[in-house]
Design a binder for this molecule. Structure first.
Ligand code: IPD
Ligand code: CA
Length: 267
């Protein structure tokens, strides 16, 4: 079953790699910084058709058009057809396809595919995390030895002061920041030891569902930023780290959340 999901995700990568008319197909979604192209829709439609042909019982929860067919389904796919759409629009070649499988309320499987570098990150609950079939493991280092990746949650303007506070508090403690434009790849980079910790004040399930399972299976911890479990529905903040740096990050967040004007700014 898991091999066929991986094959479907990999072949969807050909649509992304082969995209020839990106510039002409860009449209605004919720604002001028939230874009969509015809390829986002094409990849989602391809995944929906192929995944549901292979697994007709499953539901589907996808980013584009907010396809939300999960009521009464024991199993459903959580899908981001192109995570890092702004990078895709700018031909930056740092985007991915993210497919998670939720089974009876727990994330069971995740695949995140970077089609330009042909990197396939996968994990199945209890079976470890892999990059192109080879096991990956997170580095277990304190914040003082951590590269931090973060997302700006730019679609949710009310979160900006909280993101700024988090950066202000963490920057003096860490090695440095990275901001890539794809939450799913950021979290997989943490899983693979290319960075060490990730945070974003508000994202949607398709951005993190597959990648956080990959990070957990690589030895990491993932939750909402206040330390409560990820919600996998609607909006949620995300924190990912190792046993060493995750508690440090959560302590900083809880301190910030106590500040008067920070109430409600981290989802
Ligand atoms: C976005 C990216 C970005 C993150 C946003 C996401 P999209 O997804 O993952 O890094 O900061 O919160 O929504 O719009 O490119 O699919
Ligand atoms: Ca996304």
């Amino acid at each position: 079953m898991y091999e066929s999901i991986e094959m479907i995700v990999r072949s969807a990568g050909e649509i992304v790699r082969g995209a020839t008319h990106i510039d002409e197909s860009v449209q605004e979604k919720t604002s001028h910084c939230d874009l969509v192209t015809k390829y986002d829709g094409m990849v989602q439609e391809y995944l929906r058709k192929e995944l549901l042909t292979a697994f007709p019982e499953a539901g589907f929860y996808g980013e584009e058009e907010e396809v939300h067919d999960i009521a009464g389904k024991a199993a459903y796919f959580i899908v981001d057809p192109i995570d890092g759409t702004m990078n895709f629009v700018r031909h930056a070649k740092h985007s991915c396809i993210s497919v998670g499988l939720m089974q009876d309320g727990v994330m069971e499987y995740g695949a995140v595919y970077q089609p330009y570098t042909d990197e396939m990150f996968t994990a199945r609950r209890g079976h470890g995390a892999f990059l192109n079939g080879r096991p990956i493991r997170m580095r277990d280092v304190p914040l003082s030895e951590s590269i931090a990746m973060f997302g700006s949650a730019i679609y949710y303007r009310d979160t900006i002061p909280a993101t700024a506070r988090l950066m202000q508090e963490t920057l003096p403690l860490i090695l440095d920041f990275r901001r890539s434009g794809s939450a799913a790849l950021d979290i997989c980079y943490v899983a693979a030891g290319r960075a060490d910790v990730f945070f974003e004040a508000c994202i949607r399930p398709w951005d993190y569902a597959a990648a956080t399972l990959i990070a957990q299976e690589a030895g990491g911890i993932a939750s909402a930023l206040d330390g409560t479990p990820l919600r996998y529905i609607d909006r949620c903040s995300v924190a990912v780290g190792s046993p060493s740096n995750y508690p440090e990050l959560i302590t900083i967040v809880r301190r910030i959340l106590n500040e008067q004007d920070m109430k409600g700014r981290i989802k």
